[in-house]
Each structure stands twice: as structure tokens, then as C-alpha cells.
Design a protein around this ligand. Structure first.
Ligand SMILES: [Fe+2]
Length: 311
């Protein structure tokens, strides 16, 4: 089966090749070669997280505008106090509507740590295993797409737990440069299907079909994706499968440190990521023996993009 009529009748500001080339040029000019970059240069230092200055917030918004991600570092932090402070900080960047997922804490900022709680035992994020490339909430319904994401480190692991990050717009460019048909395939409304989530015989999430790439009404690119084979049923057409294989190869190169577009960094205590739900993965990690030193990250998934309220 081939994708003879693959383009959805949806808004697509990049359908014209000249428009695409212009957008592409700007995007690549704004994206550093992360292999050469000093992570220290990528961080926005925040003196007082409870009351960030306009300059500090402006730096976060500017970084997200260019690369869909910003790294921040709090001058002072404590794991207990951080959670509410981080929610408030995220709000000031435009991340306001938290997605309530199955494992969220009561205030909806999820604690990512090794756990064996009921309902979480099947999820790699709550283990110390490698977590493969994905965007967050790729299984969410169309009405509840996760467009913004926050990751904050309260306690790093003893070793490992490195994050690999890639702007999803760069993935779009690499795919389109390789073969424009890959983009058409991944914009099909049935490109990917996430099987139902069944726990102890009960369906807790219905199967979800949707595109990998889509645009919102402002022409901003959104991506739903997981590299985990068991998480996705890909449409069985040639271009979809080739595009998926192309991404798999990209991740292999990234793991070897060969992609200029992949930022590799291990978040330390008080450091975090604010982003427009970019592609990311995590290496395996080892915890300290003391329970109080277990790796702990807070994650927020949002229906908003960064700075959306001002766009
Ligand atoms: Fe994630």
C-alpha cells in the first residue's frame, strides 16, 4: 500500500517548498551544534525562582522561541519547596494547563522516581531502565494534546540518567530533507495507533490513532511519537515504515554522539527543562543506596505551549 493521497486537509503552513526552505533556513541558523556547545552557555540562571526577573523569563522564552527548549538553573533550591515554586515558574512562561495523567500526583506535577506502586509497574519512566525517544502524552486524545513540558531535577542519580533532547522541528527537517514523502506519510490521520492500555483486564485508555506531525491554527508544529515498538502500531505503508526506520537510525547515531542536533545532558539538582514537548529520551541510571537520595525528577505536561498566552 502506498500513500497516494497522504496529506490531510488541515492547515499546513509548510506545504509550499519555498516557504519550507525559508523556515528551514531560519531554524537551522538558530540551532547550535550541540556537540560543540558548552552546556553552561545553554542555561538560564534564575536567582529567585519564586520571583524570576523579566530578563530571566525573557531568556527562557527566547530560547524556546528558537529551539523549542530552555534549560534553567535555580540559584537556591530544596526538593521539598521546589515543587510549588516550579509550577509557579512554569506558569510565568505560559505553561498553565496541566495534563492529569494516570500517575500524576495530586497537584498534577508527576514525581518521576523508581517505584513499584500499583498502576505504575508497567511504565518504564518509573524504573531505572533506559527510556527510548518519545514526545510526552503521544497517546492522549486530540483534545488533550501535550504541547508543553517541564522536567525538573530534585535529586540526580548516582550515575546515568542522562537526558538526550532534540527539537522536534529539527526531526521534521531531517525527515523532509531525506524524502518529503516521509512527512506526508507521518501527517496521515492514521499514521500511528496507540493500543489500548489494559491494566488487570480493565481498559484504562482506549486505542488512539492520529498523525505524528500536525500544525496548530497558528502554524506551529506538533509531534506525537514513541520509538518503543510495543507502544505504537504503525500504518503499514511503505513511506510510513521507511520514515520510522529513518528515525530509528537517527537515534542510533544520537546514542553514539554523532548528531549535532542532539543535546546530551544530565540534569543536576535545581536544574530543569522547559520546552514545547520536544523529542527526548533518558539513559539507564543507578540510584544511591539511601532511599532519601533516590533519583527524583518532577514532570509537568501541559496543554499550552511556552509563551502561548503572548503569541
Ligand atoms: Fe517524557
Amino acid at each position: 500500500m502506498t500513500s497516494t493521497n497522504p496529506v490531510n486537509p488541515v492547515y499546513n503552513p509548510l506545504i509550499d517548498q519555498n516557504d519550507y526552505l525559508s523556515w528551514r533556513k531560519d531554524k537551522l541558523a538558530n540551532t547550535p551544534d550541540y556537540r560543540d556547545a558548552d552546556p553552561a552557555d545553554l542555561f538560564v540562571d534564575i536567582e529567585n525562582a519564586s520571583d524570576p526577573t523579566p530578563e530571566e523569563l525573557g531568556q527562557i522564552l527566547a530560547a524556546c522561541d528558537k529551539t523549542n527548549m530552555a534549560l534553567y538553573r535555580l540559584a537556591t533550591h530544596s526538593p521539598i519547596a521546589d515543587k510549588k515554586t516550579i509550577i509557579a515558574l512554569a506558569q510565568k512562561t505560559g505553561l498553565k494547563q496541566l495534563d492529569k495523567n494516570l500517575c500524576a500526583d495530586e497537584d498534577s506535577l508527576t514525581s518521576i522516581t523508581r517505584t513499584s506502586h500499583q498502576g505504575q509497574h508497567n511504565y518504564i519512566p518509573y524504573s531505572n531502565k533506559r527510556l527510548s525517544w518519545h514526545t510526552d502524552g503521544y497517546y492522549n486524545t486530540p483534545e488533550h494534546q501535550v504541547r508543553g513540558m517541564l522536567l525538573h531535577c530534585a535529586t540526580p542519580a548516582k550515575s546515568g540518567g542522562e537526558s538526550l533532547l532534540m527539537d522536534h522541528e529539527i526531526a521534521y527537517i531531517l525527515l523532509r530533507d531525506e524524502n518529503p514523502r516521509y512527512i506526508e506519510a507521518l501527517m496521515q490521520a492514521d499514521a500511528m495507533t496507540i493500543p489500548a492500555n489494559v491494566l488487570d483486564g480493565t481498559v484504562i485508555r482506549k486505542a488512539q490513532s492520529g498523525p505524528v506531525f500536525s500544525f496548530n491554527h497558528k502554524g506551529q508544529l506538533h509531534m506525537r511519537y514513541s520509538a518503543r515498538k510495543r507502544n505504537i502500531e504503525w500504518k503499514q505503508d511503505a513511506h510510513t515504515l521507511e520514515a520510522v526506520a529513518f528515525l530509528d537510525e537517527l537515534w542510533e547515531q544520537a546514542a553514539k554522539g554523532r548528531s549535532p542536533y542532539v543535546l546530551k545532558y544530565t540534569l543536576q539538582a535545581g536544574e530543569g527543562l522547559i520546552c514545547n514537548n520536544i523529542l527526548h529520551c533518558r539513559t539507564a541510571f543507578e540510584d544511591f543506596d539511601e532511599p532519601s537520595k533516590k533519583r527524583l525528577l518532577y514532570r509537568g505536561r501541559y496543554y499550552d505551549r511556552v509563551n502561548e498566552f503572548q503569541e
